[in-house]
Write a protein that binds this ligand. Structure first.
Ligand code: AMP
Ligand code: ZN
Length: 483
């Protein structure tokens, strides 16, 4: 694709949309805060990775060599993002017969399965926090003298030791004070533990020796260290959900500033651009893992929804807008995906046709790229794909090639999926596909005999079994599953 429009991204740090200038020419280095693996990811969490993947794919479209890191937090994340509560994994292990390591492995694998189902590209590195503990201790030692103080409970970062702590956050720091449990001896409520000591007489499943005694690293420290080790400071873009804009990322920035200052070089905030996706919400509010009941991707699949319909649902909204989940929205996304797949398939039949590029194709290419370059305007980009599929007077081969290129960026797998893949049998399906087709033939026979009472009865029975008939559907779908 011609790389004409400069890539512009919204930077939460400067609160402006900025032209992307990489730290290293031709390269893009991106770090995304990954899951805390004490429970299954919910579909809201997965929105964060669909967003990071869309960003990565757009950087590739723009010709940058991408290095993407996603971490796996298997230690250190407390039940409150601020400095209070228990370690989420230690808490999950206490309630389980499994070891903490097995719990982390189980939920990491579940997360990876969701990543694959959503056609999210593998990052260059999955960095696992517990693999980096010696480097975390080393990092903490570098900043301890100038920026930290020791208490009985751990080593704390003094936020007054750096300039403009918390400038990323939208809430005033004072607003947060009420939320932050005070630890005896903390100099400021916002100070946070970068090393938490194991209390005397206790034994944790995950603990390491350190200059501050046996214990475990703080969650914020992990991300600073792994991004520094794998990408170098400063790197280009750091992503996460908007909850991270308030505590986790300001604390990472504070550590990065301290670390670079100690090394005698300026690295700003560690990453030049900080990007945050908004929440997936439902009618009750933000979806969260700690609330117990939550929606997981496998549940959507069990109900007969292809996971890429959820990806499409995410792309239908801009990543900075809140997105409300409802089964109706999901069903609408599935219908839209079916139309896209069907349209793309028809073009594929003529994939060998060649033509000089038609001006309409060149224009659509440019429109698509302009939409993605405008802070990842996926809703607009999707419309361009549909326009290309619907174009008249342009040869199918040309349109096929363009749809293929656009799908490289959107990741909907339009050219490999087929109609049958999109009809997933729900786990609790009452009728087999053959039974549905047999009932439909009976209904058609009743209609031919003008026995409308019988044909309506069959329709009602099918509706009760979760099958919606689609008489006269323009794309020829005869039935669909009602959600
Ligand atoms: P966690 O596993 O809780 O650390 O969260 C993983 C990622 O999901 C983080 O980037 C969070 O900011 C993000 N996240 C959490 N809840 C939601 C939600 N309801 N919608 C979108 N992103 C979320
Ligand atoms: Zn992080």
């Amino acid at each position: 694709m011609p790389h004409t429009t400069p890539l512009k991204l919204y930077n939460s740090l400067t609160r402006k949309t900025e032209v992307f200038h990489p730290v290293h020419k031709g390269q893009a280095k991106v770090y995304s805060c990954g899951p805390t693996v004490y429970n299954y990811p919910h579909i809201g969490n997965m929105r964060a990775y669909v967003f990071a993947d869309t960003l990565g794919r757009t950087l590739s479209l723009k010709g940058y060599a991408l290095t993407h890191v996603i971490n796996i937090t298997d230690v250190g994340h407390l039940t409150d993002d601020a400095d209070a509560g228990e370690d989420k994994l230690e808490k999950a292990a206490a309630a389980s017969t499994q070891s903490i390591w097995d719990i982390a492995k189980h939920y990491t694998e579940a997360y990876w399965a969701d990543i694959a189902a959503l056609n999210i590209r593998e990052p260059a590195h999955w960095s696992i926090a517990t693999d980096y503990v010696p480097q975390m201790i080393e990092f903490a030692e570098t900043i301890a003298a100038q920026h930290c103080y020791e208490l009985d409970s751990g080593l704390y970062f003094d936020v007054s030791s750096i300039d403009q702590y918390g400038s990323l956050a939208r809430h005033k720091t004072d607003d947060l004070e009420g939320r932050i449990d005070s630890v005896d001896g903390k100099r400021q409520p916002q100070d946070f533990a970068i090393w938490r000591k194991t209390p005397p007489g206790e034994k944790r499943q995950m603990e390491w020796d350190s200059p501050w005694g046996k214990g475990a690293p703080g969650w914020h420290l992990e991300c600073s260290v792994m991004s520094e080790k794998l990408l170098g400071l400063p790197f280009d873009i750091h992503t996460g959900g908007i909850d991270h804009r308030e505590i986790h990322h300001p604390n990472e920035i504070a550590q990065n500033q301290a670390f670079c200052g100690a090394g005698g070089h300026a690295c700003g905030s560690g990453a030049n651009i900080w990007m945050h996706n908004n929440f997936l919400i439902d009618r009750t509010g933000k979806m969260s893992k700690s609330s117990g009941e939550f929606l997981r991707l496998p549940l959507l699949i069990e109900k007969g929804v292809h996971p890429l319909a959820y990806r499409l649902m995410c792309l239908q909204a801009h990543y900075r807008s809140e997105l409300e989940f409802s089964w109706d929205n999901l069903a609408a996304a599935l219908t839209r995906l079916k139309r896209l797949v069907l349209g793309a398939q028809k073009l594929k039949e003529h994939e060998d046709e060649r033509d000089i590029s038609h001006p309409l194709i060149l224009q659509a290419k440019a429109d698509f790229e302009a939409a993605m370059s405008d802070d990842l305007n996926t809703p607009k980009a999707l419309i361009t794909v549909e326009q290309v599929i619907a174009m008249k007077r342009v040869c199918d081969g040309d349109r096929y090639r363009l749809v293929m290129q656009m799908d490289e960026v959107l990741g909907l797998d339009l050219l490999h999926l087929d109609r049958e893949d999109l009809r997933i049998r729900p786990a609790d399906a009452q009728l087999t596909e053959e039974e549905v087709l047999a009932r439909m033939m009976e209904r058609q026979a009743a209609r031919d005999e003008r026995d409308f009472e019988r044909s309506d009865r069959i329709r009602d029975e099918l509706t009760d079994a979760g099958i919606e008939l689609m008489d006269g559907d323009p794309l020829g779908w005869e039935w669909k599953l009602s959600l």
